[in-house]
Design a binder for this molecule. Structure first.
Ligand code: HEM
Length: 400
């Protein structure tokens, strides 16, 4: 049996990546080295097969998030529920967030999402050539979040700019800029908490009011630091993945004009297309866990506390689960097995909101154009995300 690995660099997520190259690396790891060690980011394990990842996600008592929930990690940030807590401590925070994401609340945000998406897309198409992410897929989720969180227009603008700076700093592994952006987000969380304490809102509508009103299993309000950490987590949690995923969709459809035409002509196909795009272009490369005690996976011994990155983007192209995994196929019979939203107690709380936002975004892109194509170089994000962060598009308006 191989002993504890301390120096092997079997996976290097800092190597240059293109739109496709990352997936070839994952396919190779799945085949040859399904539990790979990387020396990047102070060392971590990368698990790449679908079944192994699912097994880990469904054993939250053994594989925990409270030591490390993502690679690379950042020491500049305090503890932020729900992602950083294990059940049962995690559960009251998660329930409080879920309360403000019920079906009626999500449906109530649809009209605003449509209005914002329509107006952003009108401006994008009027430019004829522009960066799809900068002008559409990044500001849209920020505006939707501003609506969900009940922020003012000025607060929403600050949130968008700060979240962009935060993500950029993480991607360039610039710890001092991460700390600056994290402090700005913490300031904003404190401001929103103070406002909701002065004027509480309906907890079925407003996530901050729901967190303030919630009680832990001792019947106590959440400790101040954890409440602040949770609101800060909630502020940015839905702003990172949608811009990248929509960027990947725009690239895919630029390269596949027949599919672009098919979806434009039959919009009823869009929800199924989005599910397949989530599988193909899983925007969170993965989150992480660590084991409570030593475990052995495929002959590798993993020590307690060592970060284990669960590469969701690889699981979703695992050929043993999704035949011809690199192909776009509408209505795969087992599409619900994709892990783009994770699984287990930390499975994404915002799935319904995310699906609605992605659907409306794609509907507007297709409705307001007769054709679009790439017109420049893509820029790619790094771990923990995967996908483009800049997508230059040339757009032809729909016939009036
Ligand atoms: C394309 C869009 C999105 C994707 C792909 C996505 C993906 C994910 C994934 C993979 C996780 C699990 C993390 C883990 O395994 O440790 C997660 C957690 C979470 N997501 Fe999303 N997400 C998206 C949008 C959103 C939105 C719009 C919200 C809005 C409320 C949201 C709220 C959350 C929350 C609160 C958690 C933490 C859940 C917990 O720890 O219990 N997400 N998301």
């Amino acid at each position: 049996m191989p002993d504890r690995i301390t120096s092997a660099n079997e996976y290097d997520p800092t190597a240059h990546e293109t739109f496709e190259s990352t997936y070839a690396v994952f396919a190779d790891l799945r085949a040859r080295c399904p539990v790979a060690h990387s020396t990047a980011f102070d060392g971590f394990w990368a698990v790449t097969r679908h079944q192994d990842i699912l097994d880990i996600l469904l054993q939250p008592e053994l594989y925990i998030t409270s030591v490390r929930n993502v690679v690379p990690g950042s020491s500049a940030t305090g503890r932020r529920p729900p992602l950083h807590l294990d059940p049962p401590d995690h559960t009251p925070y998660r329930k409080a967030i879920d309360r403000a994401l019920g079906a009626a609340r999500v449906a109530g945000i649809a009209e605003t999402t449509r209005r914002i998406a329509r107006s952003l897309m009108q401006s994008l198409v009027a430019r004829r050539e522009a960066d799809f992410i900068e002008h559409f897929s990044s500001p849209l989720p920020a505006a939707v979040f501003g609506e969900w969180l009940g922020l003012t227009a000025a607060q929403t603008d600050v949130l968008w700019r700060t979240a962009k700076a935060y993500v950029k700093a993480w991607e360039s592994f610039d710890k001092s800029s991460v700390a600056v952006a994290a402090a700005q987000l913490a300031e904003m969380a404190a401001e929103v908490i103070a406002e909701r304490r002065r004027e509480p809102r309906d907890p079925e509508i407003d996530p901050t009011s729901s967190l303030i009103a919630a009680r832990d299993d001792q019947g106590q309000p959440f400790p101040e630091l954890l409440l602040a950490g949770c609101v800060r987590q909630v502020l940015v949690v839905g702003l990172v993945a949608p811009p990248i995923l929509l960027g990947s969709i725009a690239v895919h459809l630029s390269r596949d004009p027949a599919l672009q035409r098919q979806l434009r002509e039959d919009r009823a196909l869009i929800p199924d297309a989005i599910e397949e795009f989530l599988r193909l272009y899983t925007p969170y490369r993965g989150f992480a866990r660590s084991a409570r005690h030593e475990v052995e996976l495929h002959g590798r011994r993993i020590q307690p506390g060592e970060p284990i990155a669960l590469v969701y983007a690889s699981a979703n192209r695992d050929e043993s689960v999704f035949p011809e995994p690199d192909e776009f196929r509408l209505r795969r019979p087992n599409i619900r097995q994709h892990l783009a939203f994770g699984r287990g107690p930390h499975m994404c709380a915002g799935i319904a909101l995310a699906r609605q936002e992605l659907r409306i975004a794609l509907e507007e892109l297709l409705a307001q154009t007769s054709h679009f194509e790439l017109c420049g170089e893509l820029k790619m994000s790094g771990m923990p995300e995967v996908g483009p962060i800049s997508v230059p598009l040339r757009l032809s308006p729909a016939a009036a």
